[in-house]
Every structure is written in structure tokens, then in C-alpha cells.
Ligand binder design. Structure first.
Ligand code: 5GP
Length: 119
């Protein structure tokens, strides 16, 4: 998937669109999802242009990869979820039903999230 600079998360990164930012580090921005699916629903995105998890896994630096995990820990601490838990998922391309073509992780928590999928 070629990167599309007009996607909404690219606009948020350029500060052309608003977002409720909850955490930021050198390589990562985290903000509330506009249509939350749980009490806590934060989107975690790399600041550089990666379309999806495959693009990021293949092309990002070690520092960028590490920064994603630093953000995971920061959000768990921020929302005090280390005992209760949470769910972190990413949707990839067609079968994953990815809608916004800039890599993002959904950070969900604050309640029992149920089973992830019914199989
Ligand atoms: P996907 O389906 O691509 O995995 O998830 C895209 C997510 O982006 C959805 O949960 C959707 O609610 C969220 N989203 C779409 N547009 C906006 C927006 O303008 N602002 C914010 N904060 N979230 C958005």
C-alpha cells in the first residue's frame, strides 16, 4: 500500500486536524479515537509515514520500533492498567479492515473487553 499523505492521521500529525493527544515521544503520537469502542480507546501512531504494520516492520528503525513499545508502557502507566489489563491491536489492509492508511494500534481498556473474535 503506497503511503497517502492526505489520510486523517497525517493531517493530525501536521496539526491540520485536531486530536486529543494523551501521550507523545520522539517517534510516536497517541490520541483518543474519535469513535471510542471502549471506555479507553487511544490510537498509537508512528510520526513517520508508514502505511501499515508490514511497512513499519520492514522499513522502520530500531528506535522507531522501540518507541512504540515505550508508548505501550506509558499508556498502561497513564491509565493504571498494569493490573487490570488492556488490548492492543492493529488492523492490516483488506482482511484486517484497515480504514486509515497510516499504521495505528488501537489501545483499548477501562472495562472487560470480551473475546476478541468469535471463532
Ligand atoms: P482502522 O479501522 O483503520 O483500524 O481504525 C481507524 C480508527 O480511526 C477508527 O477507530 C476511527 O474511529 C478512528 N478515526 C477515524 N477518523 C478519525 C479522526 O478524525 N480523529 C480520530 N481521533 N480518530 C479517527
Amino acid at each position: 500500500m503506497a503511503y497517502n499523505k492526505n489520510n486523517i492521521f497525517a493531517k493530525i500529525l501536521r496539526r491540520e486536524a485536531d486530536a486529543e493527544i494523551v501521550y507523545e515521544n520522539d517517534h510516536v503520537l497517541c490520541f483518543n479515537d474519535i469513535f471510542p469502542k471502549s471506555k479507553i480507546h487511544v490510537l498509537i501512531i508512528p510520526k513517520n509515514e508508514y502505511s501499515n504494520i508490514y511497512d513499519f516492520s520492514k522499513n522502520s528503525s530500531i528506535n522507531e520500533k522501540e518507541s512504540i513499545f515505550v508508548a505501550f508502557q506509558a499508556l498502561i502507566d497513564l491509565f493504571k492498567l498494569d493490573k487490570k489489563g488492556c488490548r492492543i491491536i492493529t488492523n492490516h489492509d483488506v482482511d484486517g479492515r484497515q480504514e486509515v492508511p497510516h499504521l495505528h494500534f488501537h489501545f483499548l481498556g477501562g472495562q472487560d473487553l470480551g473475546k476478541m473474535i468469535n471463532i
